[in-house]
Design a binder for this molecule. Structure first.
Ligand code: PEP
Length: 261
């Protein structure tokens, strides 16, 4: 039986304000969250409010990005210590919007992964192929490059195999993010199975079996249940459908139906 608890993670991106965090807090405090790890990645200015709102629950909060350095002259950036200081436990690294908008390559993403781990955070590494790459049948090569090059860069920046217990991976095909096009359950399962076998090569069989792999890309209440029954899908990273408490709570309920694997 798998020890992988299902995860429902909300990526609010550049949406919602502190007043919305209070609305979510009310809904979360009365919800049944017992079978799912629930995470939120709000905008930086909203994080501390959300942390307070969910203090009496099991919900955890994270940052959407961090700098690869621990401190220093980097105007506008935030370090792992800032996220911890705001009460956050997690950080996202390598989201495709940061890769595209800020030119973050695999090496830069790996250095950020190491900074998060060094700073005692749990790290969710995002990766996934573009439509062009999928059509060129390069999906597996892209995923392999993103994970191998990223993890090797993280190692060079001090991450060790012992840190892998604080790593989760979100497979997010870029063509499915915010487009309403979800990967079919079979396609998502294939990519997740490939990532788990790659993780076996990199981290060892035991660590790979315990590694949580999330799917992201237009997950909604209407499609989460067919995805969560796939053997290697341990939860979701949700953008658009996480902005409404009702739809995100429904996705959490869908995650709770994940069969043991
Ligand atoms: C995301 O940005 O991580 C994401 C999966 O967005 P959406 O659910 O809106 O596709």
């Amino acid at each position: 039986m798998s020890s992988r608890r299902p995860v429902a993670a909300a990526n609010w991106k550049m949406n919602l304000l502190a007043s919305d965090a209070r609305t979510f807090g009310e809904a979360l405090r009365t919800a049944d969250l017992s079978d799912v790890d629930v995470l939120f990645f709000p905008p930086a200015t909203v994080a501390a409010t959300l942390v307070q709102e969910v203090a009496s629950t099991t919900v955890e909060v994270g940052g959407q990005d961090l700098h690869a350095a621990d401190s220093g002259a980097h105007t506008g950036d935030l370090s792992a210590a800032h996220w911890r200081d705001a009460g956050c436990r997690w950080v996202l690294c390598g989201h495709s919007e940061r890769r595209a908008d800020h030119g973050e390559g695999d090496e830069a993403v790996g250095a950020k992964v190491a900074a998060g781990l060094r700073g005692d955070l749990e790290v969710m590494l995002c990766l996934g192929e573009t439509l062009e790459e999928r059509e060129a049948e390069a999906t597996q090569a892209v995923l392999e490059r993103q994970l191998r090059v990223g993890w090797n860069a993280a190692r060079r920046a001090g991450a060790t195999d012992g840190d892998v217990g604080r790593l989760a991976i979100a497979y997010e095909p870029v063509w499915a993010i915010g487009t309403g096009k979800t990967a079919t359950p079979e396609l998502a399962q294939d990519a997740h199975a490939f990532l788990r076998s790659l993780a076996g090569d990199l981290f060892g069989a035991e660590a790979a079996a315990g590694l949580r792999l999330l799917y992201g890309g237009s997950v909604k209440p209407g499609n989460c249940r067919e995805l969560i029954v796939q053997t290697d899908i341990d939860g979701f990273l949700v953008g658009g459908a996480s902005l409404d408490p009702g739809s995100f709570l429904d996705i959490i309920a869908g995650c709770a139906q994940r069969p043991p694997s």
